[in-house]
Design a binder for this molecule. Sequence first.
Ligand code: NDP
Length: 285
Amino acid sequence: MARRIDGKAIAASLRAALSVRVAGLAYRPGLAVILVGKDPASSVYVRSKDRAAREVGIAAHSLNLPVDTSEAALLAEIAALNADPAIDGILVQLPLPGQIRAQAVIAAIHPTKDVDGFHPLNVARLANGEVGLVPCTPQGVMKLLAATGITLEGARAVVLGRSAIVGRPMAALLLAANATVTIAHSRTSDLPGECRRADILVAAMGRAEMVRGGWIAPGATVIDVGINRLADGRLVGDVAFAEAALVAGAITPVPGGVGPMTIACLLENTVVAAEARRENENREN
Ligand code: NDP
């Protein structure tokens, strides 16, 4: 039976360490979270980010803009936050309404305040193996792997999914940690075969319980990023957990695996951004 990787507990200890780190600062890091419209799922995410930030001592500023906000108005809000010395991190909750281009908005966030790590400069830094702000979900996966003591160097890692927010940055981080990385997607010809070669399998497709027990190599580490709501209301991952747990060496549950790590890493990025900005200012003065 696989070892269950407890993301909730690992995230709680990360948040506790962040509280201590924030308490030792001479200032309070500030995080601005912008929500356009009232999408129920996005509202839940924004509220939990807000609460988690306050709990570690970060000053959270939530901005809820009307659903018909123009792109120009949102860009003006971002320009004001870029210039605001009390704000260290800016996060725009995705998806955005159709009249607003997400890429234009992401590119407008100052790269030093881009706590989601989606700005083209931070994307390029990650791709080049340089230091920058890293997207929260894949960063959370790396922390889960580290906390579980999984060896990455030389391991065969397979990432299912190639989105800009999960799959691609996930693959870049595993590569930077010296794993041998395969990225699979909807046009991959033999998905089960690719999965069976994995020492570390990261599933981020958004396909309920698609990865079956028979796709997993005995002893492999399985990280399930997927969050899927079934017709009966149950929340499941991309991996058929019960089957997979019989074969895998270690596995994350859904919920309680990757999800809590994403928010913890957002808080960490905010603290990192705050510290880096103050250091730069001190150097310039
Ligand atoms: P996207 O829809 O942007 O990307 C999904 C990826 O999976 C695409 O690259 C797609 O391939 C691939 N894919 C879809 N169907 C298949 C299939 N049948 N076979 C092989 N590959 C497939 O999703 P995200 O990356 O944004 O999110 C993925 C999942 O992770 C979702 O369930 C989401 O809810 C969850 N998530 C969880 C987070 C957390 O904190 N736990 C945070 C962010 C996301 P192609 O490119 O060819 O279309």
